[in-house]
Design a protein around this ligand. Structure first.
Ligand code: BDR
Ligand code: CA
Length: 312
C-alpha cells in the first residue's frame, strides 16, 4: 500500500477525506494524521481527528498536533461554515484515546526521514503552516517525499474567502508560498475542480443508505455543510473540497490537470493568498505544480460512497 500522511484541520470535508483513506487499507497506509489550526482552533482540529479514527475503528493511527497559528499572521477560522466544533452535524462521542505527545512538525520530519526517499505522499487539507515549518527545519524532506497533494487555491473559480483567495491559502499565504517554492513535487486540487464535486440530496442519501455508523455520520456532516454553501452559491448541493485529495490518490484517472507555475500573493492586502496560476504558459516561470482543473463528479461520489460503506 502507498504510504501517506495527512496534514489537516477537520472540518467536515477533511473528515470525509480521512475516512475514505482509512477505509482503503489495501491502497493506503496512513502513517499518521497531523493537525493544524484552520477551520477551527488547534485543540478542536485535534479532537476532531481523534473522533474520526475512533469512528473508523482505526485508533492505532497516531494523531499529532501541529501549529496553533500561522507565524506571521493571526489565525482566521471558519466556524461560519463548519460550526463551532468544526465537525457539526453528527453526534460523535468524545475521544477515548489521546493525541501523541510529539509535535506534529517533528513527526513529519522524523517520519519522512525514516522512510525511503520517494515513498511517502503528504496529503494536505488545511493551511500549510506545519508543512512550511517542517520544510524550513528540514529542507531535505521536500525532495524525499514522493509528492504533496493539497487542496487549496483557485484560479478560474476565483476565491471562497475573498474574491481572489481560497481559505487554506488565505489563512497562511507565506506558508503556502514557501511550499510552492520548496522544490517538492506538488499536485493541487483547487476550487476549479472542487466546486464541481457537489453533495446533492441524492448523493447524501446514498451515504445515509449505507446502513453503517460512518455512512450516517458522513450524511450528517454533509447535510450540515450544505446549509451554508447552498445558500451562498445557489447551487444544488455544496462543493466537497478535501475528499478530492484522497480520491486523486486512489483514482487519479477521475481528474484532469496540467503542469503549471503557481505563485502565491503575500504582500497585497486586496489579493492576500491569491494563487497566481500560469495556466496558459504566458511566462517562463518554472512549472512547480500540477493544477487539476476538472473531474468526474459521479465517479468521485461513487468512489467515496463505496469506501465509506466499508467502515463500521
Ligand atoms: C477548504 O477550506 C476549509 O474550510 C475546507 O476544509 C477546505 O480544506 C476549502 O476552501
Ligand atoms: Ca480542510
Amino acid at each position: 500500500a502507498q504510504k501517506v500522511i495527512f496534514d489537516t484541520d477537520p472540518g467536515q470535508d477533511d473528515a470525509v477525506a480521512i475516512l475514505t483513506a482509512l477505509a482503503s487499507p489495501e491502497a493506503l497506509d496512513v502513517l499518521g494524521i497531523v493537525t493544524v489550526a484552520g477551520n477551527i482552533p488547534l485543540d478542536l482540529t485535534t479532537t476532531n481527528a481523534l473522533k474520526l479514527v475512533e469512528l473508523a475503528g482505526r485508533t492505532e493511527v497516531p494523531i499529532h498536533s501541529g501549529c496553533e497559528k500561522p507565524f506571521g499572521r493571526s489565525l482566521v477560522t471558519a466556524e461560519h461554515v463548519h460550526g463551532v466544533s468544526g465537525l457539526d452535524g453528527p453526534d460523535l462521542p468524545a475521544p477515548q484515546v489521546p493525541p501523541r505527545s510529539q509535535h506534529g512538525v517533528d513527526f513529519l520530519v522524523e517520519t519522512i526521514r525514516a522512510h525511503a526517499p520517494g515513498s511517502i505522499r503528504l496529503l494536505c487539507l488545511g493551511p500549510l503552516t506545519n508543512v512550511a515549518l517542517a520544510i524550513a527545519k528540514a529542507p531535505d524532506i521536500a525532495g524525499r517525499l514522493q509528492d504533496i497533494v493539497l487542496m487549496g487555491g483557485g484560479s478560474f473559480e476565483g476565491g471562497n474567502i475573498t474574491p481572489t483567495a481560497e481559505f487554506n491559502i488565505y489563512v497562511d499565504p507565506e506558508a503556502a508560498s514557501a511550499v510552492f517554492r520548496s522544490g517538492a513535487a506538488i499536485t493541487v486540487l483547487p476550487l476549479d475542480v472542487t466546486h464541481f464535486m457537489r453533495s446533492t440530496r441524492e448523493r447524501i442519501a446514498a451515504f445515509a443508505g449505507l446502513g453503517n455508523r460512518a455512512g450516517e455520520a458522513v450524511a450528517a456532516m454533509l447535510t450540515f455543510s450544505e446549509r451554508f454553501d447552498v445558500e451562498k452559491y445557489g447551487w444544488e448541493g455544496a462543493p466537497l473540497h478535501d475528499p478530492c485529495v484522497t480520491a486523486y490518490v486512489l483514482a487519479p484517472q477521475i481528474f484532469k490537470g496540467r503542469s503549471v507555475n503557481v505563485e502565491v500573493e503575500t504582500s497585497s492586502a486586496l489579493c492576500r493568498g491569491m494563487t497566481v496560476v500560469d495556466y496558459w504558459g504566458v511566462t517562463d516561470r518554472p512549472k512547480n505544480a500540477v493544477w487539476v482543473r476538472s473531474g468526474d463528479a459521479d465517479a468521485f461520489f461513487a468512489l467515496l460512497t463505496e469506501r465509506i460503506g466499508r467502515l463500521p
